[in-house]
Design a binder for this molecule. Structure first.
Ligand SMILES: C[S@@+](CC[C@H](N)C(=O)[O-])C[C@H]1O[C@@H](n2cnc3c(N)ncnc32)[C@H](O)[C@@H]1O
Length: 317
């Protein structure tokens, strides 16, 4: 007997943006990711590499297990979930620190950065995330946040404070009615909790790039992740870079030969001008039985671009 195909995830017309910004954020391709996956929502949505959380916060499953090694991202969501911070506290904090930034300039930014590195207050994390250069999230070898100031002391105008507070209010609302667990964990521990009926979305760091305290990644680790995904009792989708103008990630076909794969191209800017616009192709491998029609069996070379072309302005990882 053939079972009917699993239902597709709901279509997203407007991507909701969570309060955390990061360089690897999937905001622009969330609709493409979701349009590629079939899952009935009966088990848990599991993300071993949560990052900003933008994918989970658009899929909106009833139950989720969301892990990351970055303690600050996890602590922020846990604090909102536990009601320790909310839209009002965030608005008050950003308005207060924004006024001090306007008066004190970069000295105040670096004072908050030192305070955050000593105490790890999630409210300071949100402030730094919006006041730092390019919305980057980067930590030094000792785990200290080390992104310089964006040099815009007037950054925290009322409109920005309200925008971030609204994003936090929305996160509060989402978490209130759902069974979501946020955990500081290595990907292998989060993945180890996946069972039949769950669905795993994996968005690992790009191998060989970023040497960040929370974001180290090697080819060996990528191999182990691929093996673990292939052995899962649950469905999965895994995002990977496929190629840019200099390199191609041949490991994708080696790891997932025959799996349905969706690819799309997006652009990122290395500098302020259009001349430094670079194309990057990205792949989403989906486990058989969980992919919508239209994926190309991995290993068929060259993989065509089946997704829409997506503009990309934030720096890539
Ligand atoms: C590409 S980002 C995920 C981006 C996310 N999908 C988004 O749209 O914001 C990769 C994430 O993996 C986390 N990470 C790196 N190494 C990890 C590990 N060994 N275990 C779990 N998480 C890890 C990083 O802290 C980072 O948040």
């Amino acid at each position: 007997m053939t079972l009917p195909p699993r239902p597709a995830l709901p279509a997203v017309t407007r991507v909701r943006v969570p309060p955390v910004k990061s360089q690897g954020i999937k905001t622009r391709i969330v609709p493409l990711i979701m349009a590629s996956i079939r899952w009935d929502g009966q088990g848990r949505w599991i993300e071993p590499f949560l990052g900003s959380g933008v994918v989970a916060f658009n899929v909106l499953p009833q139950r989720a297990l969301l892990g990351d090694t970055n303690v600050h991202v996890v602590a922020l969501y846990q604090a909102i979930q536990a009601g320790r911070i909310g839209a009002r506290t965030v608005a008050a904090h950003l308005a207060q620190e924004g006024a001090k930034l306007l008066a004190g300039g970069e000295d105040h930014y670096y004072a908050v950065r030192d305070r955050f590195n000593a105490g790890g207050n999630p409210l300071d994390f949100l402030f730094l995330n919006r006041a730092c250069f390019n919305g980057l999230m980067r930590f030094n070898r000792r785990g200290g946040f080390n992104v310089p100031f964006c040099r815009k002391p007037e950054r925290f105008r009322a409109a920005l404070v309200t925008k971030v507070a609204n994003q936090v209010a929305w996160v509060e609302q989402v978490l209130a009615g759902r069974d979501w667990v946020f955990q500081v964990a290595d990907w292998a521990d989060t993945l180890g909790a996946a069972g039949a009926g769950d669905f795993v979305y994996a968005d690992p760091p790009y191998a060989g790039r970023h040497t960040d305290y929370f974001n180290r990644w090697s080819d060996g680790e990528a191999d182990r992740l691929a093996a673990a995904l292939r052995g899962l009792p649950a469905g999965f989708a895994c995002s990977m870079w496929l190629e840019n103008r200099y390199r191609r990630n041949d490991a994708v076909a080696r790891w997932f030969a025959g799996y349905p794969v969706f690819t799309w191209e997006h652009f990122y800017h290395l500098g302020a001008t259009e001349t430094l616009r670079n194309a990057m192709r990205e792949a989403l491998v989906v486990s058989p039985g969980y992919a919508v029609a239209g994926g190309v069996p991995c290993g068929a070379a060259p993989l065509p671009v089946v997704g829409a072309e997506v503009g990309w302005t934030a720096p890539l990882e």
